[in-house]
Design a protein around this ligand. Structure first.
Ligand code: PEP
Ligand code: MG
Length: 533
């Protein structure tokens, strides 16, 4: 009996189920015979030791994982968290129990914000490791280094994905969506996955299973012959139908992108450089870093996004207040109101980096929803001497006012991750709302179509830089809708480029027509797939 979900990647794989569940003994609340002072010292040593081990283990891995883990470790190392644990140590609890209760209290303080709750669950994953170390027990089953395993879990923490070795060939999660950490990391590591699979945890330990991301399904006992055939696109042209660029967030990403056929960078997420920065960087420090990224980036245009802090991307040097709904709160360009000096300093630093490298650079602002914001951003860019100015299209409100942006903008770039979240009022990190954030949703595809039409009327290029573009079939649909460029993770550049070099504009338009005519994500995907199968 097959189980359905949302596929990540295109290569089907068969392996043995490895259920990843943390042992209950790790989470038990326990009393101690030590004094509270002794337990406090055990706690700080355990946090320091575990953090150092995790940093060391992840140091050779991919940068996305390292950045996510580092941001979590900084929260755990914050002395305030240890202070929250102290009253429980005074009541006779052991160090791990104090830490778990402190994390529960921390989570309760933050209300039901889904992004925050998902971060706390990642923190609990690390706290489990601290507990295992302190209590001298195993945190959970160790993934064997030998064999071919399909990791099956409710959802995966960045700590767990960081421990994947070569024996992990596939992933199935019960929760999570196409833009969850699990999906992003699996895509970056090139591991096929199916997420949001109801009933996944009922799969039997050790049983053989087919992970069929193209078919959005998991088949217990299935073999590769039963997998949905991945459409193999044979490039017919020398270059893709539309430009394919890379998404980057660091110098290492820029170097990685340079080893692909990406024609420049469609999204440089500058906030990634500052996810662990406690103090605001100076203009010169920023300029030095941006210059290094520009020097390492692949040839072609580079689009730098100004800082998109807040919500799911905490940047410690902004002291953001707790909010009921951070995704609807102070984030992205809205922070320029509270931190005007930082916004100005960033634009000055970008201009310095442009001058130092001579690269062809466009600068865009995230999370813009009004014409006034666009004008304000344009004025700030002009003041800094930046000439190519754009915005991300991530909020539904900016779409109907696009006709009023003539003469102000040089380009726009659609962030389908956030656009989906706001169109469907469905948190992009919500483990149960993956299907609303499915990029084949007609509500999203028809919005992309409307944006492409408006950009065409304004006579400015329009790109897509959300995760959706990493799906080769969707990138073809985008080309058919009139999108001029897509930007994807470096690991997806070749696959998307090949698909876009294999089709004609007529085929892409037929794919776009099929996708737009569909009423459900399933119909849209099936309709487009049928054209190329
Ligand atoms: C998006 O929202 O689609 C996007 C590309 O920005 P981010 O994922 O960084 O929010
Ligand atoms: Mg976004």
């Amino acid at each position: 009996m097959e189980l359905t979900g949302i596929g990540v990647g295109s290569q089907a794989v068969v392996g043995d189920v490895f259920l990843l569940e943390t042992s209950d003994a790790v989470f038990e609340h326990r009393k101690t015979t030590h004094s509270p002072d002794e337990e406090a010292s055990i706690l700080s040593t355990a946090i320091a030791t575990t953090a150092a081990t995790i940093r060391e283990e992840s140091s050779g891995g991919d940068t996305t994982t390292q950045e996510i883990l580092d941001a979590l470790l900084i929260i755990l190392e914050d002395p305030e968290l240890q202070e929250m644990a102290r009253p429980h140590l005074d009541e006779g609890m052991d160090a791990p129990t104090g830490l778990f209760i402190a994390l529960d209290e921390f989570a309760a303080l933050m209300g039901d914000d889904e992004d925050f709750q998902s971060r706390v669950s990642d923190l609990r994953g690390i706290a489990a490791r601290i507990s295992a170390w302190t209590r001298g027990i195993a945190a959970g089953p160790e993934i064997p280094r030998e064999g071919t395993w399909i990791i099956v879990a409710e959802d995966l923490t960045p700590l767990e994905t960081s421990q994947f070795g070569e024996s992990v060939v596939g992933v199935i999660t019960e929760l999570g969506g196409p833009t969850s950490h699990t999906a992003i990391i699996c895509r970056a590591l090139g591991i096929p996955a199916v997420v949001s699979v109801k009933g996944a945890m009922e799969l039997s330990q050790g049983a053989s299973v087919l992970v069929d991301p193209e078919g959005n399904r998991v088949v217990p006992g299935g073999d590769l012959g039963a997998a949905t055939t991945a459409i193999s696109f044979i490039p017919q042209a020398d270059s893709p139908l539309i430009t394919v660029r890379a998404n980057i967030g660091s110098v290492a990403d820029a170097e990685k992108a340079s080893s692909t056929s990406a024609r420049g960078v469609g999204l440089f997420r500058t906030e990634v450089l500052y996810l662990s920065a406690n103090t605001m960087p100076s203009v010169d420090d920023q300029a030095a870093l941006y210059t290094e990224v520009l020097r390492s980036a692949p040839a072609g245009k580079i689009i730098i996004r100004t800082i998109d802090a807040g919500s799911d991307k905490p940047v410690p040097f902004f002291s953001l207040e707790d909010e009921e709904n951070p995704a609807l709160g102070m984030r992205g360009f809205r922070l320029a109101t509270d931190y005007p000096e930082f916004q100005k300093s960033q634009l000055q630093a970008i201009q310095k980096a442009i001058a130092a490298t001579g690269r062809d650079v466009g600068v865009m602002a995230p999370m813009v929803s009004t014409v006034e914001e666009v004008r304000e951003f344009k004025a700030l860019c002009s003041e800094a001497g930046i000439s190519q100015v754009g915005i991300m299209i991530e909020t539904p409100a900016i779409i109907p006012v696009m006709p009023d942006l003539g003469g102000v903008l040089d380009f726009v770039s659609i962030g389908t991750n956030d656009l989906s979240q706001y169109l469907f009022a469905a948190d992009r990190m919500h483990p149960k709302l993956g299907s609303l954030n499915n990029p084949w949703q007609p509500g999203l595809l028809r919005s992309v179509s409307a944006i492409a039409t408006e950009a065409g009327k304004l006579g400015i290029p329009v790109g897509v830089c959300g995760e959706s573009a990493a799906n080769p079939l969707i990138s073809i649909v985008f080309a058919g809708l009139g999108i001029d460029s897509v930007s994807v993770a470096p690991s997806a550049v070749e696959e998307v480029s090949s698909a876009l070099a294999a089709v004609t504009i007529d085929q892409a338009q037929a794919a776009a027509d099929a996708a737009i005519a569909a009423s459900t994500p399933g119909e849209a995907e099936a309709g487009v797939r049928a054209l190329f199968a």
